[in-house]
Design a protein around this ligand. Structure first.
Ligand code: MOS
Length: 673
């Protein structure tokens, strides 16, 4: 199906958070900390208040009343303590955006600075073991005897990979419009990946009952995780609107987004692999070092992929964190699985070369019967099918395994492969379906369409359940006054909302007029199974021996992700993820400023993402799976698996082209030459 909202989007008629009109609207502009650690001694608002149009200056000089246990990233102006450079420490509210921005420069802040520490190291003395890793996985696991497995191995690999800080850069910047109505209810238009979940977080932060807050996000211009948790702009808009008694709008600049909308933690990962003479793993150890902030614990589940992927008698996974003077890391497309699989799949490639076994064949030989760590049966798993179909389509059989020998003029050519995986879960959701005058059907669900096509997928799901044409189904989403739905995250959106939509439509058929559903019980009663999507990615690169430039001439992804609900939407998700994975491999990196704290890369001129010219030939295909254990649609989430494994496939191809292994992303020309 074509996107239902495609026409309003491409004609500019779709309304985003910052675009809603509001009578008498004022504008808020944040003032950010210029030091990385210390205290705000004094905020002098007087010079700003003298400027034209300025209505108020908010800061810790007059702290707002917020919930005691509010997330410190959202508890604006409550404390004088500064946790990182760029933290919002004050804000100006003025009659126009430009007046607010100009006055923000005039606010004088005196600091009491402390020494800061912003760099992750594998030997950092502050490393500690968190209680769990996201969302609630064990931090460490141990199975069998890893040291013995390595000692008896015919081939071993012991390598360290590094991934940098990375930032989501959705096209729509983080923005919010807030106003309070006469009976004290907060109306908030926000850039949110979940209107119900955002409402809950805002209500909690402000100490309000949930029904006193309404969050609307009908169109969201991308998020990738950065709009999955409520960000400070929403709280700031609400506080500012209260302070000036007018609606208040805020739209973060791209530079501000780098500071306050979360980022992917950098990782240092050590992989130790051992294999017998046939390439079967005798031991696998995956240890991840990551950072968090001093005000929040975000423990990315980087090494959990090693618990899922390959059969081995000995398996050890560990996560260690260090608290630095940085913002709290957050979600970025496939948090955990994406950096974890970069390292694991690169190490598997190194093992394949060390053992003299084809990298596709090595993976086939290590296919497990059950999920390696848990021992649970898979609801379905077709990594083998993806590897075989990918190899066939890519022409893998003709591949000369020798690295660094294919040359066309200045260009060295190579190919690489890597596996992909992502969990296939769902969360409870509610939905309502009812017959409208004239016989069309209205479906309401607190879902979010962040550019993924959720509105379209849910329309198809409802139409299929009701056996009516999709044109007769009207889906309403993106509003917390609709039946509660979970966040668009963890590739769980469609499975979660879709389950509730199916059940509501089934009830509607029984009732004739209206059907309501709440899948809380259905989700709680799910059988204990290992539920994951799998895939295989193949890359061909051309590496310039003159400049070190890497061009990805071909990228193929083959995915086994349950029943695919809509081919057009699915292809877009897969190739979007793969494109982002190509960016991770070659371009994306946010450098931390060791001297002053904060980040050195703060806009799209410095933080490079792939453009059309970088994407030559990208293809995604899928093997349709029948999996009745998942949900009524038989679908697995597809929003994130596309980015998992891409960077390893590209890196492995660079090795095959050049014979040189780059173990630090991104693979920039300087590292290749
Ligand atoms: Mo996505 S990182 O699960 O919002």
């Amino acid at each position: 199906m074509n996107r239902i909202e495609g026409r309003v989007k491409v004609t500019g008629l779709a309304t985003y958070a910052a675009e809603y009109p509001a009578e008498g609207v004022a504008y808020a502009y944040p003032v950010q900390s210029r030091i990385a650690k210390g205290r705000v001694k004094h905020v002098d608002a007087a010079p700003a208040l003298e400027l034209p149009g300025v209505l108020a200056v908010l800061s810790c000089e007059d702290p707002p009343s917020l919930a005691e246990d509010a997330d410190p990233e959202l508890a604006l102006f409550r404390s004088r303590d500064i946790a990182y450079r760029g933290q919002i420490i004050a804000a100006v509210v003025a009659d126009t955006y430009d007046n607010a921005r100009a006055a923000a420069d005039a606010v004088r802040v005196d600091y009491d600075p402390d020494d800061h520490d912003v760099i992750l190291r594998m030997d950092h003395p502050g490393l500690y073991k968190p209680d769990v890793v996201n969302p609630d996985y064990p931090t460490d696991t141990e199975l069998g005897d890893v040291e013995a497995g390595l000692a008896e191995a015919a081939t071993t690999v012991d390598v360290v990979y590094e991934t940098p800080v990375m930032h989501n850069n959705p096209m729509e910047p983080h923005a919010a419009l807030a106003y309070w109505d006469e009976d004290g209810r907060l109306m908030l238009y926000d850039t949110a990946q979940g209107s119900s979940t955002s409402r809950d977080m805002i209500a909690h932060t402000l100490g309000l009952p949930k029904d006193q807050v309404r969050v609307v996000a009908r169109h969201v211009g991308g998020g990738f995780g950065s709009k999955g948790t409520t960000r400070p702009q929403a709280v700031l808009a609400a506080l500012a609107a209260k302070a000036v008694g007018r609606p208040v709008k805020i739209a973060l600049t791209r530079q501000q987004m780098f500071d306050v909308t979360g980022y992917r933690t950098p990782t240092i990962q050590r992989l130790r692999l051992g294999a017998d003479g046939e390439g079967r793993l005798t031991a696998l150890e995956h240890v991840a070092y990551e950072q968090t902030s001093t005000i929040g614990e975000f423990a990315e589940q980087t090494a959990t992929v090693a618990r899922v992927m390959y059969a081995t008698p000995a398996l050890r996974t560990r996560h260690r964190l260090v608290r630095l003077d940085v913002g709290t890391p957050s979600w970025m497309r496939a948090p955990g699985e994406c950096p974890g699989m970069y390292a694991l799949e690169s190490a598997m490639d190194e093992l394949a070369y060390a053992a003299g076994i084809d990298p596709v064949e090595l993976r086939l030989r290590n296919e497990p019967e059950t999920e390696p760590y848990s021992g649970l049966p898979f609801s379905s798993r077709d990594l083998v099918g993806c590897l075989r179909e990918g190899a066939r389509r890519f022409g893998w059989e003709q591949r000369d395994p020798a690295p660094g020998v294919r040359r066309e003029g200045e260009w060295l050519i190579g190919t690489g492969v890597a596996s992909s995986t992502y969990p296939a879960r769902r969360r409870p959701s509610k939905a309502l379906a009812k017959v409208l005058d004239g016989g069309d059907v209205l479906v309401q669900v607190g879902a979010a369409d962040i550019g993924t096509g959720a509105r379209t997928a849910l329309t198809r799901i409802a139409a299929a359940t009701l056996n009516v044409a999709p044109e007769r189904v009207h889906v309403e989403l993106g509003d917390s006054d609709l039946p509660d739905g979970p966040v668009a995250g963890g590739s769980m959106g469609t499975a979660s909302w879709g389950s509730a939509v199916v059940r509501a439509c089934e009830e509607l058929v029984k009732d004739g007029k209206e059907g309501r559903a709440d899948t809380t019980d259905e989700v709680a009663k799910e059988a204990e199974l290992a539920r994951h999507a799998f895939g295989a990615q193949f890359a061909e690169v051309r590496v310039s021996t003159v400049t070190g430039e890497v061009r990805v001439s071909r990228l193929l992804g083959v995915f086994a992700a349950g029943h695919i609900l809509d081919a057009k939407l699915a292809r877009s998700q897969f190739i979007g993820g793969m494109t982002m994975g190509l960016g991770m491999a070659l371009m994306e990196e946010t450098l931390t400023d060791e001297e002053f704290g904060g980040f050195l890369h703060r806009d799209l001129a410095q933080y490079h993402v792939p453009v059309c010219a970088d994407i030559r030939d990208v293809e995604a295909v899928w093997l349709d799976e029948q999996d009745d254990a998942l949900n009524p649609m038989g679908s697995k989430g597809i929003g994130e698996i596309g980015i998992v494994g891409t960077a390893a496939a590209v890196g492995n191809a660079v090795f095959h082209a050049t014979g040189h292994r780059v173990r630090e992303l991104p693979i920039t020309p300087a590292k290749v030459l």
